[in-house]
Design a protein around this ligand. Sequence first.
Ligand code: NAD
Length: 497
Amino acid sequence: MRTVSHWINGDTVEAEAGSRFAEITNPATGEVTAQVALASRETVDSAIASAAAAFPAWRDTSLAKRTSILFAFRELLNQRKGELAEIITSEHGKVLSDALGEVSRGQEVVEFACGIAHLLKGGYTENASTKVDVHSVRQPLGVSAIISPFNFPAMVPMWFFPVAIAAGNAVVLKPSEKDPSAANWMAELWREAGLPEGVFTVVHGDKEAVDALLESPQVDSVSFVGSTPIAQYVYEKGTATGKRVQALGGAKNHMLVLPDADLDLAADAAVNAGYGAAGERCMAISAVVAVESIADELVAKIAERTRTLRIGDGAKDSDMGPLVTAAHRDKVAGYIDAGVEMGATLVLDGREVSDTADPNGFFLNPTLFDHVRPEMSIYTDEIFGPVLSVVRVESYDDGIELINANPYGNGTAIFTNDGGAARRFENEIQVGMVGVNVPIPVPMAYYSFGGWKNSLFGDTHAHGTEGVHFFTRGKVVTTRWLDPSHGGINLGFPTNG
Ligand code: NAD
């Protein structure tokens, strides 16, 4: 069986004797296709040591050279992204067009990082004091760890590593053990692009590997994306050992539909954002908040469109693929059971799986619930599957109160034709990323991606200028060269004049 192993010092290394392994499956067929090595603490430590050894030379590599490698990586990725998309579909299950979209959104961050020279420019002040000048620089941190989730095996690592590497850091990526092959493919691409050995490292593993990264004194920063409990754990443990940490967590994204909205647009948006990637997106819409007067019509439009979706193997021209594992499929099905038990109206039952799906695959059909109440587990929990809940409210104010009371704050959207209502929503909503008639408002690479509340632990969002700041530290230099004034001994605090 094929084994996916670690990438250390510019090449694949064999799993050490006595290694633990996890199975990799094709979720569309249920077939075990490979195994992935789970790193021990010793393997992680040796990976970190190789990154730390590569850091000083990479930090001192000119911006011109670093940037040329970034451009080469971008060109290779652009030419060969179809290969990466196929790998993603075979291990994650999302349909090929969606996998390609993920790679393209990651590529945008690479393109952003190609402009690193401009982004790292400091400031200069002449004559801050008499014949004294001041300038600022931003310098890389050292070794940056990235710990990523299963649902975007290429894009989420690319939220971070292009910026970290361009800024002069060495990166150690610990991808999800459920779909690890994309990380090794990207590591090979870096080698082809001319990145020096040790600057991009991949260790595969589970909690043992994550803990080794969090506890290593040689790791300077941690960028984590995953579920909220693990994000909180990583943030607390990482900061306790003195690291800079950004930990992006789970989500429960709402879409508020006002009576004046274009209901066809809103229904299309709810279907696309609710069931795309089988709901396994941190920006998926899972709660449609419908003002009562249009709720019946909206639910009918969503149901009508959802019935047309083709469910099946993501590599074979389907609209929606399987869930990532059998265990996750069963967990999501359990939420559908709970929704029925708690009295929500089941409009479409995803437990009845289409015959276009392989019975050995991890499939559910799209599920639509109406009359969902905020105390039901299908509303309170992040299901991370193709289950859309419609919550009915009386007014805009009730809608905004509901969304702001939710402990998550990743993404949200309003559907309306009233500019004033939209502007109020932008201003009042306590969520990090907001769409107006746009259901999945993922920011462009030159803006920053991040949620509020339980969707982010730490202060800094991913990529954009916040990302550049995360992967660098500021330094301010005060200089006197010409005509130094010997003011003699003066123990007072230095003042300017
Ligand atoms: P997860 O939390 O199970 O795993 C994320 C990473 O943490 C993986 O690399 C995994 O190996 C590691 N991990 C798992 N258990 C651990 C433990 N006990 N100790 C230390 N490390 C551990 O998340 P997932 O299921 O892979 O991904 C789905 C979750 O990620 C969802 O909650 C989703 O909302 C979230 N997500 C959030 C964003 C965002 O931008 N906020 C983006 C993508 C995904």
